[in-house]
Ligand binder design. Structure first.
Ligand code: GLN
Ligand code: ZN
Length: 760
């Protein structure tokens, strides 16, 4: 058996984050670029070896990158922004990614609906594109020297253009005719590398709702690329959703194969008849590259058998659903994890064996397995059986409470609530507050760490945290802020903190996933039914409230954000998991208000990034996301004021949804865009109160009083003073006190000036 198992791409950061460490050393001038190249070489070689050992037939080259593959593609095409053109080699490459003294870095943004960020290429009509195929050819040769014949990965021209931006006016797709010849030239250069070459061209942009204009580029592009050379087999790969519109066109081009994600784009099955008729290879993405659960081999075989009802078996290749870049590396280093839970998981290295085993079962059947494979299959069945039945996952109480939960929204209409709240809280127009966190100082981090590692006692830890809260309260009173916060010193991360206290949540030791460049995140994972064994924030918040006469704002993370920043169980629909979190949060809110807290903020920083890729799924998402925010706050009495915070400002598409969440106050990021983005609130007649950030917290710069006065006046041009709150753009945890103190003092001063002018 050969040419049957396939991996779209492999993580590159290294199982011990070796690449991260080497890059960061290099940037700090602690090692040379040759050292980095050496580490990179070892990683590539090790990763190829893992895949070979697992018996994977299609192993990639050029899935590796020192920073990002979109950036690599820009370099391959010679799409170098002017400000970097004088630089060379690695100096130029890393300056494009990270900026340097003279020039700001290129923009970075999220790769579809993942938490991976790519560098956004900057294109302009006057660009002269020129092929630089060095990296691609070298990597191919490196693997070959190791005895591994790889498929070459490449980001396709249509996706490249779709994700780039024009720095002059015009659209990126207008540059198609300039870019395509460079791709053709690349194909001519790789053709002589071997008798037969497999080229995987990633076109994930095909899973979005594309205009006809974009779809009309597909046929000419792939007709031309496929015509370059007979010995190159082109596979066009998509992932994260279905790409039916594109598939319809691709079957009429001479490409060799089509790669589809059947897990995150189940509708791809609608294209099976067409693919069957075309006689092309189907790279069937059936092992999840976006999650950490052990594959359910029986279910995967069922899925493959269904596919085989249309496409003949000999044309099917078994694959991961997308690059394994989006999963952690290997379970090998998870030494502390509970054995039962660990047995339910599978990271990238483990997924290789799963793809292999599924392939063998699908094509040859159980009888043909060797002893080791038989054992692996038995273990897999046992693990899945344990997941189906474990009481650590299935909590009868939650399963009864959550579907029965009937309190779907708060009591009282907004107008009635806000009147009560204003009477009770007595805040003025342009009320001042902050988003929640204050600087996470080295001392605060140290105390948390020492407590976690058992170096200091609970008592000592609490004393230190309380002392810090005291300082935060004292400072806020001193500078004259009106609605206070406790500062969040006890929180490492706004999701992890709640995950650690919710039942049904797990944590890894080494589950790092690349986020951008050398940065990795370690998302917690939801494995079971979620419940709240005991109050999570009440002690801290009531302590903080006891230190001041002013209202202390309770601080929670919302259900949608908790969900979107975790790996989520795949044995239950996301909206059910989200509802479980919402119900747990509603109990927390009730406890907070019963303890005397009058304002509670429920952060939904990741509400917008959870949006589906396809229009057709947006309605459903909005429905349950809004439902669960409302469930979370449903316990709040009319006079308890609910705030929410969102880390962006572009609300034009989703303003009606935001309004439907019915928070009494929403704080958003607007400092960098004046009042432009606030206008939509006025346009639709948004009634609730809004706190548009008046200064940008992402930079260490201290804004002057005049600047903030000007910004507040801009806001007042759009919304009346009664509807506005004044606050920074986001939480202050990444800033230093030296910046925070003068900034907030200036903010309060600016409000005083504006209020005086208004009352004159
Ligand atoms: N309350 C959080 C903080 O202030 C909110 C952070 C966020 O939305 N990203 O840090
Ligand atoms: Zn924010």
């Amino acid at each position: 058996m050969s040419n049957k198992s396939y991996i779209v791409g492999f993580p590159r950061i290294g199982e011990q984050r070796e690449l991260k460490k080497s890059l960061e050393d290099f940037w700090a001038q602690k090692c040379t670029f040759d050292d980095v190249k050496k580490v990179a070489g070892e990683l590539k070689s090790r990763h190829w070896e893992y895949q070979k050992k697992a018996g994977i037939d299609f192993i990639s080259s050029n899935d590796f990158s020192l920073y990002d593959t979109m950036l690599d593609t820009a370099v391959m095409l010679g799409a170098i922004p002017k400000r970097f053109q004088a630089l060379k080699d690695e100096a130029r490459y890393f300056a494009m990614a990270r900026g340097n003294k003279e020039s700001v870095a290129m923009e970075m943004t999220k790769w579809f609906n993942t938490n991976y960020h790519y560098i956004v290429p900057e294109l302009s009509l006057e660009d002269q594109y020129r092929l630089n195929s060095e990296k691609i050819i070298n990597e191919y040769k490196e693997a070959k020297a190791q005895g591994i014949k790889t498929k070459i990965n490449l980001i396709g021209p249509i996706t490249f253009l779709g994700l780039s931006k024009r720095v002059d006016r015009g659209e990126t797709y207008a540059l198609h005719s300039k870019i395509l010849p460079v791709y053709e030239e690349l194909l001519r250069e790789i053709s002589p590398l071997d008798d037969e070459i497999t080229l995987q061209i990633d076109e994930p942009v095909f899973v979005k709702d594309n205009e006809t204009k974009v779809l009309s580029l597909i046929k000419p592009t792939y007709d031309r690329l496929a015509a370059v050379s007979d010995n190159i087999n082109i596979i066009v790969t998509t992932y994260f959703e279905h790409s039916n519109e594109a598939t319809k066109v691709l079957v009429n081009t001479p490409v060799w194969g089509i790669g589809l994600d059947f897990l995150h784009g189940p509708k791809n099955s609608e294209s099976l008849e067409l693919i069957a008729k075309s006689g092309k290879k189907l790279i069937a993405g059936v092992v999840d590259g976006r999650n950490i659960w052990k594959n359910d081999i029986e279910a995967t075989l069922g899925l493959l058998e269904n596919i085989a009802k249309s496409v003949s078996k000999e044309n099917i290749i078994v694959s991961s659903s997308c690059s394994l870049l989006h999963t952690p590396f290997t379970l090998k280093y998870e030494e502390k994890m509970d054995a039962e839970i660990k047995n339910w998981l599978s990271y990238a290295v483990e997924k290789l064996d799963e793809v292999s085993l599924v392939t063998k079962l699908f094509f040859e059947g159980e009888d043909k397995l060797n002893e080791e494979e038989k054992r692996a299959l038995a273990d897999n069945r046992k693990a899945n059986e344990s997941r189906r039945t474990s009481t650590r996952i299935h909590d009868a109480e939650v399963q009864k409470k959550v579907p029965d939960f009937k309190k779907l929204c708060r009591d009282g209409a907004y107008e009635e609530r806000i009147k009560l709240q204003k009477a009770l809280l007595g805040y003025k127009e342009l009320a001042t507050t902050t988003i929640g966190s204050f600087p996470q100082t080295p001392e605060v981090r140290k105390a948390r760490k020492e407590f976690k590692n058992g170096v200091i006692s609970k008592k000592e830890y609490e004393a230190q945290m309380k002392a810090y809260i005291d300082e935060c309260v004292a400072f806020q009173e001193e500078c004259g802020l009106e609605i206070l916060v406790h500062g969040e010193p006890e929180r490492n991360d706004m999701v992890e903190y709640f995950g650690e206290q919710l039942k049904g949540y797990g944590f890894s030791q080494n589950g790092w996933v690349q986020s951008y460049g050398s940065r990795c995140v370690k998302p917690p994972f939801i494995y079971g039914d979620i419940s709240r064994p005991k109050p999570m924030t009440v002690d801290w918040i009531t302590y903080a409230q006891s230190r001041t006469e002013k209202p202390m704002k309770g601080m929670l993370t919302g259900p949608v954000t908790i969900l979107n920043w975790s790996f989520v169980r795949d044995d239950k629909p996301r909206d059910e998991v989200s509802k479980q979190i919402a119900v747990a949060l509603s109990d927390e809110i009730d406890d907070l208000q019963n303890a005397g807290i009058k304002i509670i903020q429920v952060d939904e920083a990741a509400f917008k990034e959870g949006y589906p890729l396809r229009e057709e799924n947006i309605g459903t998402y909005e429905e349950w996301a809004v439902r669960d925010f409302k469930i979370a706050v449903s316990s709040a009495r009319k006079e308890t004021q609910i705030h929410t915070h969102m880390c962006y400002s572009e609300f034009n598409d989703i303003i009606k949804t935001i309004e439907a969440m019915d928070a009494d106050v929403i704080s958003i990021e607007t400092a960098r865009s004046g009042n432009e983005l606030l206008k939509i609130f006025k346009e639709i007649g948004y009634k609730q109160e809004v706190g548009p950030g008046v200064y940008d917290i992402h930079s260490p710069r201290v804004p002057s009083v005049e600047e903030i006065v000007k910004q507040i006046k801009l806001l007042l041009e759009v919304l009346p003073k009664e509807q506005l709150w004044i606050n920074p753009d986001c939480g202050l945890k990444t800033r230093k006190w030296e910046e925070v103190k003068p900034s907030l003092t200036n903010m309060v001063e600016a409000v005083k000036i504006v209020r005086n002018e208004l009352n004159r």
